[in-house]
Design a protein around this ligand. Structure first.
Ligand code: HEC
Length: 347
């Protein structure tokens, strides 16, 4: 399926700006790149109770079972997509983590496929499992007709799959406030606009971005423009990968510059889908290890890839230095306690 004609270099540029904008957003509470909030008591007459099917194979009535009385974040995706969808889902998953125990209690995420002919409940279940999204996150498929009706109601009018997949709709079905936002903008601002729909949050003291970022311990002072590789990594990779903090939705990238060939890494980071399609054995093994989530083709340019390589290499150098330091201090400890093997006799 064709899904890759998206102006990614531009999006990445915007993304980089968005990451930087987090720094500027401190104290700025109205940054939502969306329609102003409007009270618009849309109910089941508007959204309909058309049946859709969850990833568990359960039939649900759209308004009554999915939206009613809830704060919801609705986005569109499809599992066969090799570029944006897994990234947008991973970015939503970041917000999901921040929402913590509110997920499934105060806030619900709803991801609706744009490709119902292919996206069976089983495929949705595999995709969902890749993102550890067990609380309050519903993945939906259904008949093409029902999905088209519902996405039109939500203002999703893209005529081809490649368009508009970064939009999301945030709403409180109880108070009737609905907003449109993009999952590629600042995630803290997205988080805040979700929380603002909750009247109990509005009444609490933590209503500005500064308090929110302090609460989340997000460091906004660091100048990312001086570190282009890191800025790309944080904006485009860190929702799925960590470096040295374990598997998130994808392999831990610690030591990746040591375990993989440099040319392989560059082409894989640039065009993972092409490397996989060419039958590359490492790419195949990785794809088998992570069946739900797909390494996206982000349309990076060679400069982006060089910046990322420098960043990954620097991280690996720090890691190697820390390991060497640990080995040295262990050797010193052994020597001090007479545990070290005697040095081989010099000839
Ligand atoms: C949506 C999640 C996601 C995003 C975003 C993502 N990746 Fe991946 N990445 C994966 C998955 C999953 C794999 C494992 C292969 C697969 O299943 O496709 C992978 C594999 C890799 C590998 C191979 C790891 C190894 O052990 O050899 C590298 C390198 C890599 N990604 C780098 C990046 C970089 C750099 C970025 C940002 C520009 C990035 N990825 C963005 C999901 C992601």
């Amino acid at each position: 399926m064709e899904c890759c004609d998206f102006p990614w270099t531009r999006v990445l540029h915007l993304l980089r700006c968005a990451v930087l904008a987090i720094a500027l957003a401190v104290g700025l509470t109205a940054g939502l790149a969306a329609l102003p909030a409007q009270a618009d008591p849309r109910d089941e007459d508007y959204f309909t109770n058309l049946p859709l099917i969850t990833s568990e194979g359960k039939e649900v009535a759209f308004f009554d079972d999915v939206l009613k009385d809830r704060i919801v974040v609705v986005n569109f995706f499809y599992t066969g997509c090799t570029d944006m969808c897994s990234l947008t889902t991973a970015r939503l998953a970041q917000v999901y983590d921040w929402l913590g125990e509110r997920m499934g209690r105060d806030v619900f995420f709803v991801s609706i496929t744009l490709d119902p002919e292919n996206d069976t409940p089983e495929k949705l279940a595999t995709f969902k499992a890749g993102f550890n999204a067990d609380r309050g996150w519903t993945f939906l498929t259904g008949s093409r007709e029902n999905i088209d009706t519902i996405r039109a109601k939500l203002g999703e009018k893209a005529r081809t799959l490649a368009l508009h997949r970064t939009d999301m709709v945030i709403g409180n079905a109880k108070t009737g406030v609905w907003r449109r936002s993009s999952v590629m903008g600042s995630l803290t601002i997205a988080l805040q606009s979700i929380l603002e729909l909750d009247p109990t949050w509005q009444n609490s003291t933590q209503t500005n971005a500064e308090a929110l970022e302090a609460a989340l311990k997000i460091n906004t002072v660091y100048d990312l423009s001086a570190h282009p590789g890191e800025a790309i990594f944080l904006g485009a990779c860190a929702s799925c990968h960590t470096i040295g903090l374990g598997v998130r939705f994808a392999p831990d990238l610690a030591a990746v510059t040591l375990r993989r060939d440099e040319d392989w890494l560059k082409s894989y980071i640039m065009d993972p889908d092409l490397v996989l399609a060419a039958g590359d054995p490492v790419a195949q093994m990785l794809a088998e290890d992570f069946p739900g989530v797909v390494m996206p083709n982000l349309g990076l340019n060679p400069v982006d890839v060089e910046d990322l390589m420098s960043y990954l290499k620097a991280a690996d150098a720090r890691l190697a230095a820390a390991e060497q330091e640990a080995a040295d201090s262990f050797a010193a400890f052994e020597a001090a306690h007479g545990l070290a093997e005697p040095a081989p006799p010099a000839n």
